[in-house]
Design a protein around this ligand. Structure first.
Ligand SMILES: [Cu+2]
Length: 117
């Protein structure tokens, strides 16, 4: 009986730590993290390692003067988050994302990209 309880406990602990590692991390982005692109994108796409909760996920895109250039609420589809952008001029842009993954952990990060025609 003792051995069974120990085994069950070990199983529960393994499940708990697996869930605790399931934070949504940024897998890839388009434009890519730190990239220089020649054409202004009309949409920013973020792909996360885990499904994201739409109600608690935000993405802010700003130009070099700190002005918001995202044009509407992010659209969430599983692990993918897409944000429409205003027509962008050449320059440096910053993306700040904050998402809630299904394991109820919030993660955030930021990166830049540049438009240089
Ligand atoms: Cu987590």
């Amino acid at each position: 009986m003792r051995i069974i309880r120990k085994a069950l406990l070990a199983g529960v602990l393994a499940l708990t730590s697996a869930a605790a590692h399931a934070h949504a991390q940024l897998d890839s982005a388009n434009p890519r993290v730190g990239s220089t692109v020649s054409a202004a994108p009309s949409v920013l796409t973020l792909n996360f390692s885990e499904p994201v909760e739409p109600a608690f996920s935000t993405v802010q895109v700003t130009d070099s003067a700190g002005r918001r250039v995202d044009a509407g609420k992010p659209r969430v589809n599983g692990r993918q988050v897409q944000v429409p952008l205003r027509p962008l001029a050449a320059g440096q842009y910053n993306v700040h994302w904050r998402v809630l993954s299904v394991d109820t952990h919030t993660t955030e990060g930021s990166f830049g990209f540049e438009i240089r025609p």
